[in-house]
Design a protein around this ligand. Structure first.
Ligand SMILES: [Mn+2]
Length: 321
């Protein structure tokens, strides 16, 4: 049987240059990085998967931070990892077969489930916004989870061209999972997100819709105050939730998005409210990101998330001495 994962090959960077996992049953880590480059396309154009190379560009940009991990981090007012030893392992990517979209998603679920069983927190590098669908399925026995989405778009389409598991549907599919106890969506703005019916459906479900304008006008603390305290949060971060001025390399840029500090404070604020049991960063389109600034923001925000988990004691052990 083929392995469920393809380790990071020699000559390519692992996230933060961390150890590369060869076999899932050997995983011993606090945080497990995993790339899931492909989802389910809607048409031939979509089958080119503009976000498929993003896991590699994010890993590459993460190396910029590698040599500074022990320095004073101004954004954290001290050590990024709060003086703790945090074990981060790069699991490479889910093994996929051309055209076998549903089978590839099933494997994705299986790999994430294996990571959860080993007690690590999966951090998924997408891929497009279809990727969280099979990822969230892995939490069936690890819930209930409250899903927080940072995104310009609503993502509540029921289907497109008969495809129900595509990049426009992750929040609707999440709403159908019995182990998802609630949803909050932050950064909504502009058009192109959905039709009236989809907004009505999201509100009828009870999804907490927080627009980008609301975050700009009332602040991150007010936005966090609208999110119920939960035992476990799963965060799905669409790069287009950020403002295109700092994250231009996305498939669907929308003016008026979140700043770096707003995104950082949201992640840290959530970690202070409850455990964060999983995270994905999706929708970076490297071909539209010539200087790599979108991938750089992705890498830094993932680092900040791990830092927030360390500062809240959710990962790592106090460093000896
Ligand atoms: Mn999205």
């Amino acid at each position: 049987m083929t392995s469920l994962i393809q380790p990071v090959p020699p000559g390519r960077p692992s996230f933060l240059d961390m150890p590369r996992l060869e076999r899932l049953d050997q995983l011993e880590a606090d945080v497990a990085i995993l790339s899931v480059p492909y989802g389910v396309p809607y048409d031939m154009e979509g089958s080119r998967f503009a976000s498929a190379p993003a896991p590699w560009t994010i890993r590459e940009q993460s190396l910029w931070f590698r040599r500074y991990l022990s320095h004073y981090d101004v954004d954290f007012g001290g050590d990024l990892f709060a003086g703790r030893d945090v074990r981060i392992v790069d699991c490479g990517e889910v093994t996929m077969q051309p055209g076998q979209y549903l089978e590839n998603m099933r494997r994705t679920t299986e790999v994430v489930r294996a990571i959860l069983r080993r007690g690590a927190i999966p951090i998924i590098l997408g891929g497009d916004h279809a990727v969280p669908i099979p990822v969230l399925r892995a939490y069936e026995d690890f819930g209930p989870i409250f899903v927080v989405q940072i995104d310009a778009h609503l993502d509540w389409r029921d289907e497109v061209n008969g495809v129900r598991e595509g990049l426009s549907s992750p929040m609707r599919r999440a709403s159908e999972m019995s182990w998802v106890c609630g949803i909050a969506q932050i950064g909504l703005r502009g058009v192109g997100s959905g039709r009236q019916q989809e907004f009505d459906d999201a509100r009828a479900y009870g999804s907490i819709l927080i627009t980008a304008r609301e975050v700009h006008e009332r602040g991150v603390m007010a936005a966090l105050g609208r999110i119920p305290v939960a035992e476990r949060y799963y965060v799905t971060f669409d790069a287009d939730g950020l403002d295109p001025a700092i994250a231009p390399g996305v498939n669907a840029p929308a003016p008026g998005g979140l700043t770096y500090y707003q995104a950082f404070d949201l992640l840290r604020g959530l970690a202070e409210r409850g455990r964060i049991v999983g995270f994905d960063f999706v929708e970076v389109a490297p071909a539209r990101d010539p200087v790599g600034i979108t991938s750089l923001h992705a890498a830094r925000l993932i680092l900040n998330l791990i830092g927030a988990l360390a500062h809240t004691g959710q990962v790592g052990q106090p460093r000896a001495g």
